[in-house]
Structure formats: structure tokens, C-alpha cells
Design a protein around this ligand. Structure first.
Ligand SMILES: Cc1ncc(COP(=O)(O)O)c(C=O)c1O
Length: 399
């Protein structure tokens, strides 16, 4: 029986159209976009086109897109680029406790910097994982330079009120960055000057979460904002990121952005965000109906349409994942970066789950390829496996 992949928040396969678009750029169209000869010109044209495709997905200008090696680099560039060492008073950075480590660890590194360390505030979240606009308002200080709050959480899928949060930051003269790695390609993003995200100054995306290859990504940098580069060298990316571009990768990212845009706007009964949301909703209803004590985290909040965070009290998530893997289902506990780690997820802990419940939580993240038949099979597998594991450890189950 073919395996089922419900771990799309960890990574997605590159779409066939993406691979097809990339292929010539490994072979015949191998030029360096910085070369002035014809090979270089072809490469430059392809790079420009890819950048325009990414800009179209984000509804911004092509010149506002800095291509990067992924979401981690984009987030680091946003944070380090807007908070370079200064000779004046320490700048203040605000972020939230449920951020991905790409932001949290970058923020901690800035706070631990020997020269000009930043003052760091980490906002709490509600039991649903939401940052309160009032908390942000109260945390802003005269020296707040940057607020960085993620668009959609990788573990629960919860969507933050980004437009409101960005407006508050701007109202106090601070910049606003959002890590939109889990949102891009799943929900519309509109960074146009009159659009809902007009107060967002910086936004990070990652190729491999939206059906482009791993090792590609982008940072949106609003026009007029100066960014100190992380990488020094040539004048690539308008002096914002030195180094010869990953041309095949960016061609793939551009094509994937183009396909994502269509997927978001041409919502068909059997393919599109609504279809995905219906599949996820059926999955959740049935799981809750069949598993006593099961809970879905952030269920009453607005979420991206593909993510389910399921707490199964009394179950060791790692044991469940292994049992499911052996039966042909790939899913994860919290974020992929934490697999194998013994610490419970910082996201779930920040949402006030106990350590035991955080360790009893799995994440199911559907992809555009997930079918109703696969969901039916998952609904056979998970409840039966949970019942078996609970029978093996009855004392734990009632703990
Ligand atoms: C919310 C979020 N931000 C950032 C990243 C890092 O992106 P990348 O893997 O492209 O470095 C991830 C990856 O899991 C993510 O889920």
C-alpha cells in the first residue's frame, strides 16, 4: 500500500512543473546572472522572471524581494539586518514565545551579542496561541526598533492578527517583520501599499514549504528600508545578499509561487484551499469522535487550512509516531526540527499545555496532494493505534 504523507509543514515535494522549469538551468541555461555575455543574459532574465513571480504572490514590487537560502536565512536577515550594532542606546526587539527557532534563536543571539546587545521582550500567548494586540501595545517602548511576530504557526497552524499587530508597531514608529513561512501558498498575502499588510515592513518565506526545492526562500523588504547585509561580497540582490544566485532553485521558487497563486485563486471542488479545509475538518471531527479524551489545539482560532495539532492524553507521541510510521503514515510531533529531542515543544508549553500533554501531541499537516481516500485510511490507523497503545500502558492512559 502506498505511504501517506501528512507532514507538509515539515517539507513538501517540488511539483513536477517546478522540476521541469528548473531542469534547463542545470544544463543548457547554466549561465551566471552577473555575466554580461549571452549565457549571463539568459540567466539574468530567468532570475528577474522568478523574482517577479515571487513578487506577484506577495503583491509587492520585484525590487522588494531578496532571494535567500530559505526561511531561516530570511528571518535572520530581517532581524540582524534591522538591528545592527549601534553606538547609541540599545534598540528593543519584541517577539513572541511561539515563534519558530529561526526567529527566537536569532533574537536570543542578538540579546547575547557582546557589542550593542538588543533589549528583548518575548510576548506570551493565549491558550489558543494568539498574541494579544493589547500586550504588544503595552510592551512597546520608545527604543522599540523591531517587532517580529509569525504569520502562521508551524505546529498549530494558528494565524496571528498580523494586520493589527503591524499597525500597532507602526503607530509607535517600530518596524514589523513576520515569518510567513507556513502561510505563503496557503493563505493570500497582500503587501501592496494599500493592501491589508501595508504596515508589514519585512516578510519571510521558504520554498520547500510551498512545493519548491529546499534551500530557497525570500525576504520581502519594503521599499526605502535599509538593511545591513548578513553576507558580504559582490553586489548581488541590490547589495542585500552577496553570492552567486541559486538560479535553478530560484526558477523553481518562482514557478512554485506562480502555481501557488493559481491554487489560491482558482479554488476548485477537488483542489484548492476550501477542499483542503474540508478534508482537515472531516479528519478532526472523526478523530475527536473516535478517540476518547482527544483534543485539537487552537481549534477555535483561525488557522491555515492544512494543520492539525492533536493532543492524546496518556499517549507517548514518539511511540505513536513510530507505530504509525511502521504502518505507512508519516507525520510528526511538533516541529521537525525538534524530532528526537526530549524537550517538549516550546510552542505547546507557551500555550499552557502541561509537559505531559505536550509530549502526547502529534501534528498532522496535509498537502495539496492529500486525498479523501488517504484521510479515510488515516482515520482507520490513528484511532486503532491509539487504542492499542493505551491498552499497553493503561496506567499512563489514566494518569
Ligand atoms: C514557521 C517557520 N519559520 C521558519 C522556518 C525555517 O525555514 P527553512 O527550513 O526554509 O530555513 C520553518 C521551517 O520549519 C518554519 O516552519
Amino acid at each position: 500500500m502506498p505511504r501517506i504523507y501528512l507532514d507538509a509543514n515539515s517539507t513538501t515535494p517540488a511539483l513536477p512543473e517546478v522540476v521541469e522549469a528548473m531542469f534547463p538551468f542545470f544544463t543548457t541555461e547554466f549561465g551566471n546572472p552577473s555575466s554580461t555575455h549571452l549565457h549571463g543574459q539568459h540567466a539574468r532574465a530567468a532570475l528577474d522572471h522568478a523574482r517577479e513571480q515571487v513578487a506577484a504572490l506577495l503583491r509587492c514590487r520585484a525590487s522588494e524581494v531578496v532571494l535567500t537560502s530559505g526561511g531561516t536565512e530570511a528571518a535572520n536577515l530581517a532581524l540582524f539586518g534591522t538591528l545592527p550594532p549601534t553606538s547609541g542606546a540599545a534598540p528593543h526587539l519584541i517577539t513572541a514565545s511561539t515563534e519558530h527557532h529561526a526567529v527566537l534563536h536569532a533574537a536570543e543571539a542578538l540579546a547575547a551579542r557582546l557589542i550593542s546587545p538588543v533589549e528583548l521582550t518575548i510576548l506570551p500567548v493565549s491558550h489558543n496561541g494568539l498574541v494579544s494586540p493589547a500586550d504588544l501595545e503595552a510592551a512597546i517602548q520608545p527604543n522599540t526598533r523591531l517587532v517580529s511576530i509569525m504569520f502562521a504557526n508551524n505546529e498549530t497552524g494558528v494565524l496571528q492578527p498580523i494586520a493589527d499587530l503591524a499597525r500597532i508597531a507602526h503607530g509607535h514608529g517600530a518596524l514589523f517583520h513576520t515569518d510567513a513561512v507556513q502561510a505563503a501558498g496557503k493563505v493570500p498575502l497582500d503587501l501592496s501599499p494599500a493592501g491589508p499588510l501595508r504596515d508589514v515592513d519585512l516578510l519571510s518565506i521558504s520554498g520547500h514549504k510551498m512545493y519548491a526545492p529546499q534551500g530557497t526562500g525570500a525576504l520581502f523588504v519594503r521599499r526605502g528600508l535599509h538593511l545591513a547585509p548578513l553576507l558580504h561580497g559582490g553586489p548581488h540582490e541590490r547589495q542585500r545578499r552577496a553570492g552567486t544566485e541559486n538560479l535553478p532553485g530560484y526558477v523553481g521558487l518562482g514557478r512554485a509561487a506562480d502555481l501557488a497563486q493559481r491554487w489560491l485563486t482558482e479554488d476548485h471542488p477537488n483542489d484548492g484551499p476550501t477542499h483542503l479545509a474540508v478534508l482537515r475538518s472531516n479528519l478532526e471531527h472523526q478523530l475527536l469522535a473516535q478517540i476518547p479524551g482527544g483534543r485539537i489545539n487552537s481549534r477555535s482560532a483561525t488557522r491555515i487550512p492544512n494543520t492539525t495539532s492533536l493532543t492524546l492524553p496518556g499517549i507517548d507521541a514518539e511511540a505513536l509516531l513510530i507505530a504509525l510510521d511502521l504502518q505507512g503514515l508519516s507525520c510528526s510531533a511538533g516541529s521537525a526540527c525538534q524530532s528526537g529531542a526530549t524537550e517538549p515543544s516550546h510552542v505547546l508549553r507557551a500555550m499552557h499545555l502541561t509537559d505531559a500533554d505536550a509530549r502526547a501531541t502529534i501534528r498532522l499537516s496535509l498537502s495539496r496532494f492529500t486525498t479523501p481516500t488517504e484521510i479515510d485510511r488515516v482515520l482507520d490507523l490513528i484511532p486503532a493505534t491509539v487504542t492499542r497503545l493505551r491498552a499497553l500502558a493503561p496506567r499512563l492512559a489514566h494518569a
